[in-house]
Design a protein around this ligand. Structure first.
Ligand code: ATP
Length: 264
């Protein structure tokens, strides 16, 4: 079955259940946004999809096959900050994303392959609007440009799955709007399956084709670490930007570390 399948996945760290009983199928090409209170395990979920963490129990399948245990070119990730290498130019950052999987030991390719990789990287930088910044270092780029670079780096290997951990959380509202438009355009053009964490509920409902809410259905005040979060709402939006349900705003704003309910 094409897409990502999650079967009875649990994640525990030394005495703490972070996630429990996750069951989900995400078809190839969906845009899943993920919201939930701070600390409820959203990043842990993404790290399991990336292969940086493995489930304590349960199975994750990609296109019907067990997910490779290590991160690989079929999955790209963008974090809120610091996804790119500060000592490399924009072009070298994106080229390296092609070189590493192709030559994991040397981390570099020989002349012809290198030229092809640089051409691909340049095309990717143009696609994200960084055609004038090939030779600039990340410290010479604005926050929005750095995130464009991180997106180019994560997409250049044409991943099946793009994982976004609050990629626009540190950006000003105007820039954030531009980046939302960019990611939507990339999703529509490439058909990549997207999982995106956001603390901004309107952003989740504007961008997602499906919104997942992570929450703890069980809480034991005597043993707060005993139970984990799970998917408590799974809301399909069928391509139409959705209104944020009032009940969801109320539920999440009463949880500690509640996501932002203001429009961005
Ligand atoms: N490597 C780890 N070892 C032990 N505990 C961890 C580890 N990684 C995460 N945790 C714990 O798992 C819980 C969930 O963390 P996670 O970062 O996934 O939450 P989150 O929902 O992404 O939070 P936020 O919205 O604030 O980014 C936290 O209590 C955290 O301390």
């Amino acid at each position: 079955m094409s897409g990502v399948t999650i079967r009875n996945v649990w994640k525990e760290y030394a005495g703490q259940t972070v996630l429990e009983r996750l069951n989900l199928h995400v078809a190839s090409g969906e845009f899943v946004t993920i919201v939930g209170a701070s600390g409820c395990g959203k990043t842990t979920f993404l790290r399991m999809l990336l292969g940086q963490e493995s489930p304590t129990r349960g199975t994750i399948l990609l296109d019907g096959q067990p997910l490779p245990a290590e991160p690989g070119p079929e999955r790209g990730i963008v974090f809120q900050r610091y996804s790119v290498f500060p000592h490399l130019s924009a072009l070298d950052n994106v080229t390296l994303a092609l070189e590493l999987p192709a030559s994991p030991v040397l981390g570099r390719l020989f002349a012809r392959e290198k030229r092809i990789a640089r051409d691909k990287a340049a095309a990717m930088l143009r696609a994200v609007g960084l055609e004038h910044a090939f030779d600039r270092y990340p410290s010479e780029l604005s926050g929005g440009m750095q995130q464009r670079l991180a997106i180019a780096q994560s997409l250049v290997s044409a991943p099946k799955v793009l994982l976004l951990d609050e990629p626009f959380g540190a950006l000003d509202p105007g820039i954030r709007g531009d980046m939302q438009a960019l990611i939507r355009q990339i999703w529509q053009q490439t058909g990549v399956t997207v999982f995106m964490i956001t603390h901004d509920l309107p952003e989740a409902f504007a961008l997602g084709s499906r919104v997942l809410v992570f929450d703890k259905p069980r809480i034991d005040p005597q043993a707060p670490q005993a139970y984990g979060a799970t998917i408590t709402y799974d809301i399909p939006l069928r391509g139409r930007p959705g209104q944020v349900p009032d009940a969801l705003v109320q539920r999440l704003s009463s949880a500690p570390g509640a996501p932002n309910e203001e429009a961005s």
